[in-house]
Design a protein around this ligand. Structure first.
Ligand SMILES: C[C@@H](C(=O)O)C(=O)SCCNC(=O)CCNC(=O)[C@H](O)C(C)(C)COP(=O)(O)OP(=O)(O)OC[C@H]1O[C@@H](n2cnc3c(N)ncnc32)[C@H](O)[C@@H]1OP(=O)(O)O
Ligand SMILES: [Co+2]
Length: 134
């Protein structure tokens, strides 16, 4: 079911500071900030030779990363995104295996304009998983 790692996400309290750190201190190429109101986050992608790191800042009053940042005020690793060929087939297989699919269970359009879904961290060794159909 799983393909490549698409990105690893880090929740950050201040996207401007985090972007400067990745660009100027760590010397990486970074994208422009992109507000994603449907996801309650603003994102910046750090573009690495083999994958991407997604920096996430809360957007709006109901951000899904707000509680995480309250518990981890300086930020922290938030999720890992794996690529799948068929997200609906993957969802149905995982649901049948007892995994909790977050939200209403229907894929949303993610930061790359492709369908994404999230799986509950408590069902996957304490790691929040995002699936992206590529
Ligand atoms: C746009 C896009 C893209 O790439 O295309 C994105 O990535 S959007 C990225 C942002 N969107 C999302 O993350 C959407 C899916 N996420 C969610 O629905 C939420 O973040 C949840 C995963 C349900 C967690 O929500 P919240 O923290 O408010 O709930 P909660 O406090 O009840 O947490 C339940 C338990 O899970 C733990 N928990 C919470 N977030 C966690 C995380 N990221 N990794 C590992 N564990 C985590 C909490 O500590 C708690 O454990 P204890 O009970 O042991 O204390
Ligand atoms: Co993501």
């Amino acid at each position: 079911m799983l393909g490549r790692v698409n990105h690893i996400a880090i929740a950050v309290p201040d996207l401007g500071i985090a972007t400067t750190m990745y660009r100027d201190t760590l010397g990486a190429r970074v994208s422009q900030a992109q507000a994603l109101p449907e996801h309650g986050v603003t994102v910046v992608f750090v573009e690495l030779p083999n994958t991407k790191v997604e920096l996430l800042e809360p957007l709006g009053p109901d951000s899904p990363i707000a509680a995480f940042l309250e518990k981890n005020p300086s930020g922290g690793m938030h999720h890992i995104c794996y690529e799948v060929d068929d997200i609906v087939a993957a969802r149905d297989t995982l649901k049948a295996a007892g995994a909790r699919v977050l939200g209403d269970g229907n894929p949303k359009t993610g930061a790359h304009g492709k369908p994404v879904l999230f799986l509950h961290p408590k069902d996957f060794n304490g790691t929040l998983i995002e699936l992206e159909q590529v």
